[in-house]
Design a protein around this ligand. Structure first.
Ligand code: CTP
Length: 414
């Protein structure tokens, strides 16, 4: 039988309060037979001692570039590592990585590496949503770095939002899977985070609208939009992964729906409205992803309209806003809206959320989102804005649903 080589990781710890979770992470990794070489920044030593990390890993901890690097440990350590994991990764360290700075041992080691790099960000929610951090994280993703988390929840500073480091157990699970099975880094995120959320929506009934609508003008022509339905279908899959009973009302798309998701196919906004009304009584969470046409043609022609000289004027009349109608019901389900804006994203999105009285709204720039396979989303809720960095739509769908599930549970427990 082929003997598998013992695995070796460099665990980089940077200076944030979540550094205490690195102790548990290294304990779990060592338990799995993985050699863990800890490298700490000077700031990290203010949060957790190198003695603790040395005792847990059985190896001297490297901190000081000048003391510890006499033997070129920044090159050696990275050469023997199967992967480098930075947990926690502070905003400052992320900025350093994004710009290729190498002014301490850990950043030098990252720059000199020839192995994959995984980071688990941890910071205050405002720091996470700051434009500079967003730019830096996007740069790292573009450079092939895997970004795990952050998670949403109560932070050490007392504020609540996106920025907590993913729990040590989840991180360890993902790292082990990656090292053992050579799972691709892209596949790492789902395997890493699914287990914890697997049952989060068990028994919860989720109704989703997806895709565009098609408003007929005559027998062969109509008004529609460029929505592909990908985001709605990804949300259906993510909800199902989390144990929900999923019902989807879909406009015309070219997509296959996930198995076990019940689907009602519709064409027009009016049909979508009828289908949603039929299912809403049995709904706990309503997620309105569909790009519903705001207007329909007042007089549709059963026959094809013939060409004539001169202009043709079509009268358009408003469609019911399905989401606003559902959110205003006396026993309304927990409602999640979407906003696709082409400018002034934050201002328009928050205005829309308040106008439709929604606990949660996901907003994106229409020109970046429609038809694309990946996207960047900002979530708006009563606590403020939460940025989900650019990722594929399924990853975003999972992050959105975890956030929605957390708010939904919180609302139920009040
Ligand atoms: N929506 C809906 N029914 C409609 C129109 C919109 O359910 N007739 C829902 C969408 O599914 C989305 C949210 O409302 O969740 C926002 O839709 P959007 O078209 O972005 O906003 P509008 O309120 O229509 O405003 P505007 O078009 O002016 O941006």
């Amino acid at each position: 039988m082929e003997q598998t080589k013992p695995k070796h990781i460099v665990l980089g710890i940077t200076g944030g309060i979540a550094a205490y979770k690195a102790a548990e992470l290294s304990r779990l990794l060592v338990k799995q037979g993985i050699t863990v070489q800890v490298v700490m920044t000077e700031a990290a030593t203010h949060f957790i001692t190198s003695a603790t990390m040395q005792a847990l890993t059985g190896h001297p901890v490297l901190v000081d570039q000048w003391l510890d690097d006499k033997g070129m440990s920044h090159i050696q350590s990275s050469r023997v590592a199967d992967t480098i994991v930075i947990a926690p990764a502070t905003a400052d360290f992320i900025a350093k990585l994004a710009h290729g700075l190498a002014d301490d041992l850990l950043s030098t080691l990252c720059l000199a590496r020839n192995c994959p790099l995984i980071i688990a960000p941890a910071m205050n929610k405002q720091m996470w949503s700051n434009a500079a951090t967003k730019r830096n994280v996007q740069q790292l993703i573009a450079d092939g770095v895997t970004v795990l988390g952050p998670a949403s929840g109560v932070q050490a500073c007392g504020e609540e939002g996106m920025g907590r480091m993913v729990e040590a157990e989840e991180l360890a699970m993902g790292i082990v899977a990656f090292l053992k099975d050579g799972e691709s880094l892209n596949a790492l995120t789902p395997s890493l985070t699914l287990s914890r959320w697997e049952k989060e929506l068990k028994g919860v009934k989720v109704l989703i609208t997806a895709g565009p609508t098609y408003e007929a003008i005559d027998a062969v022509r109509g008004i529609t939009n460029r929505s592909s339905g990908k985001m709605g279908y990804a949300i259906a899959q993510a909800a199902q992964e989390m144990g929900a009973e999923v019902m989807m009302v879909s406009g015309p798309t070219a997509l296959h729906h996930p198995p076990d998701v019940r689907v009602t196919n519709v064409t027009s906004a009016a049909e979508m409205f009828d289908a949603v009304k039929q299912h809403v009584d049995a709904t706990d969470i309503f997620i309105s992803v569909a790009a519903v046409a705001d207007y329909r043609v007042a007089q549709t022609s059963e026959q094809k309209i013939k060409k004539h000289d001169g202009n043709l004027t079509l009268e358009l009349i408003p469609n019911t806003d399905i989401l606003a109608y559902i959110a205003a019901l006396p026993n309304a389900p927990f409602c999640v809206g979407f906003a696709a804006e082409s400018e002034k994203l934050s201002e328009y999105a928050e205005k829309k959320r308040r106008a439709k009285k929604l606990p949660l709204l996901a907003a994106n720039l229409a020109q970046h989102a429609i038809g694309a396979d990946n996207n960047e989303i900002i979530l708006f809720d009563d606590a403020g804005e939460h940025h989900l960095p650019r990722a594929d739509k399924l990853t975003l769908a999972r992050a959105l649903l975890r956030h929605a599930a957390t708010l939904y549970r919180k609302g139920k427990s009040k």
